[in-house]
Design a protein around this ligand. Structure first.
Ligand code: FAD
Ligand code: UDP
Length: 374
C-alpha cells in the first residue's frame, strides 16, 4: 500500500497543529490524529454558558516576536489580558510575582532602594545554587521562600524544592518595580484568544484531515503505513514501551465548579500554603473579560502521572534528561520526527512551541528560515 499522506501528525496540540498548518500551507497532504476526543491539546477549552472553561489549566499567551504573534492572530483575535496572579497565603493576599508591591505588603518597604537594602540583609550566601531551594534562598531569603515557594513547589512537584532543578525557579521573576506582569517585559505581545483556544485551533486546522479518539501507539502498524513521514508529539518512553525505564512527569487533576457572582475578583490566585491541597484557582470569566452573573472556577490539584496518565510537566533532573536523550536517539535512528513539550521533555510555554515546530517544518520541507513568517 502506498502512503496516502505526506505527513502523519500524532497530536493535535500546539506543536502538531503548527507543524500541520505549515505543511498544509506548503501544499502537503496531512493527517492529524489525537487520542483525545478533541483538538487543542492542553490548551483545550469548552465554551460553557458563554464562558470558555479550560479543561487543562489556564493558558496566557505571551511572546517576544511579532512573527509568532502574527501567526496566532491569523487564527483568532486576542484580548489584552496578561497573567497577573495573586498569592493567598494563610488568608493574606499578595501581589505576585515578587515585586515592589509584594515587598511592601510583606515588609512595608516603599522604594526600590529600601527593598534592595532589605533583600541584601535576608539573602543567603549560596555562591552557585544548584537546586530550586538554594536558588530562591540566595535570591530573596528564607521568609519569601517559605511564604511563596516552599509549600506551592512541594505540592506542585510532589518533592521538596531541594530535589528540583534551579531552572524551574528561574521561570519566576523578582522585580524591584511595581510591575506585576508574570511574563518578561520583552514579551511585548500578550493576551488570550477571544472566544477561547479551541476555536483558534479549529481555524489552525482548517482544511486538514483530523481524526480524534485515535491512539497512535495502539494502531501503530496501520497508521504508520499511511504517511511517508510521521511527527510524534507524545511522551517518548511510551513510543518504546519504556524499555529503558520510565520518564518522570508531574500531573494535575482539575475540579471545576459553577458559582454565582464574582468568586475571587481576578483570573488566578495561587495558594502557597502546603496545607491547602490545591495550588491555584482560576476564574475563567476574568480571563476572557466576560461579564456574567454566573462564574466557573477551577482548582488544580497536583497529581502523580501514573494516576492520571497525563504528562503535563517534565521533571528535568539529570537522570530523566539522560534517559530522554536515549529515547530521542532511538527516535532519530528510526527516522521518526518528534517534538513538543512531552516529546522534547522541555518545560515549553506556547511561545517556544510555535518557533520549534516551525523550524522543524522548514527543515523537513526544505524551505528557508522565515518562509512561514515565524
Ligand atoms: P500538548 O498540548 O500536550 O499536545 C500533545 C497532544 O498529543 C495531546 O493532545 C495528546 O492527546 C496527543 N497525543 C499524545 N500521545 C498520543 C498518541 N499516542 N496518539 C495520539 N495522540 C497523542 N504555556 C503558555 O505559554 N502560557 C501559559 O499560561 C501556560 N499555562 C500552562 C498551564 C498548564 C497547567 C500546563 C500543563 C501547561 C501550560 N502551558 C502554558 C504550556 C502549554 O500547554 C504547552 O506549551 C503547549 O500546549 C504544548 O503543546 P504540545 O503540542 O507540545 O503538547
Ligand atoms: N511557584 C511557586 N509559587 C507560586 C508560583 C510558582 O513556588 O506561587 C513555582 C512552582 O515550583 C512552579 C514554578 O514556580 O511549578 C513555575 O511556576 P509557573 O507559574 O511558571 O508554573 P505553570 O504555570 O507552568 O504551572
Amino acid at each position: 500500500m502506498r502512503p496516502s499522506y505526506d505527513f502523519l501528525v500524532v497530536g493535535a496540540g500546539l506543536y502538531g497543529a503548527t507543524f500541520a498548518r505549515h505543511c498544509r500551507d506548503a501544499g502537503k497532504k496531512v493527517l492529524v490524529v489525537d487520542k483525545r476526543e478533541h483538538v487543542a491539546g492542553n490548551c483545550y477549552d469548552v465554551v460553557t454558558e458563554g464562558i470558555p472553561v479550560a479543561k487543562y489549566g489556564p493558558h496566557f499567551f505571551h511572546c517576544p516576536d511579532k512573527g509568532t504573534w502574527d501567526f496566532v492572530n491569523r487564527f483568532s483575535a486576542f484580548n489584552d489580558v496578561r497573567a497577573k496572579p495573586r498569592v493567598n497565603y494563610q488568608g493574606r493576599i499578595f501581589s505576585f510575582p515578587i515585586n515592589l508591591m509584594t515587598l511592601h505588603q510583606l515588609w512595608g518597604v516603599c522604594t526600590p532602594a529600601e527593598a534592595e537594602q532589605k533583600l541584601a540583609e535576608v539573602r543567603l550566601d549560596i555562591p552557585r545554587p544548584k537546586n530550586f531551594e538554594d536558588f530562591i534562598l540566595s535570591r530573596v531569603g528564607r521568609e519569601i521562600y517559605e511564604v511563596f515557594f516552599e509549600g506551592y513547589t512541594t505540592k506542585q512537584w510532589g518533592r521538596h524544592p531541594s530535589q528540583l532543578p534551579a531552572a524551574i525557579a528561574k521561570r519566576i521573576p523578582v522585580r524591584l518595580t511595581f510591575d506585576e506582569n508574570y511574563f518578561p517585559d520583552t514579551h511585548v505581545y500578550q493576551g488570550v484568544p477571544v472566544g477561547g483556544y479551541t476555536r483558534m485551533f479549529d481555524n489552525m486546522l482548517d482544511g486538514i484531515e483530523v481524526q480524534l479518539g485515535v491512539d497512535y501507539l495502539k494502531e501503530r502498524q496501520r497508521l504508520s503505513k499511511m504517511a511517508k513521514t510521521i511527527l510524534y508529539t507524545g511522551p517518548l518512553d511510551a513510543l518504546y514501551k519504556c524499555r529503558h525505564g520510565k520518564l518522570e512527569y508531574r500531573s494535575l487533576r482539575f475540579e471545576t465548579e459553577r458559582k454565582q457572582g464574582d468568586f475571587q475578583g481576578t483570573t488566578v490566585v495561587n495558594y502557597t500554603d502546603v496545607n491547602v491541597p490545591f495550588t491555584r484557582i482560576t476564574e475563567w470569566k476574568h480571563k476572557f473579560k466576560i461579564d456574567a452573573e454566573h462564574t466557573f472556577v477551577t482548582r488544580e490539584f497536583p497529581a502523580e502521572y501514573e494516576d492520571t496518565g497525563e504528562a503535563y510537566y517534565p521533571i528535568n533532573n539529570d537522570l530523566n534528561t539522560a534517559l530522554h536523550r536515549k529515547y530521542r536517539q532511538m527516535a532519530d535512528a528510526d527516522g521518526m520526527l518528534v517534538g513538543g513539550r512531552a516529546a522534547d521533555y522541555q518545560y515549553y510555554d506556547m511561545n517556544m512551541v510555535i518557533p520549534a515546530a516551525t523550524r522543524l517544518a522548514e527543515r523537513v520541507l526544505g524551505v528557508g528560515r522565515g518562509t512561514f513568517g515565524v
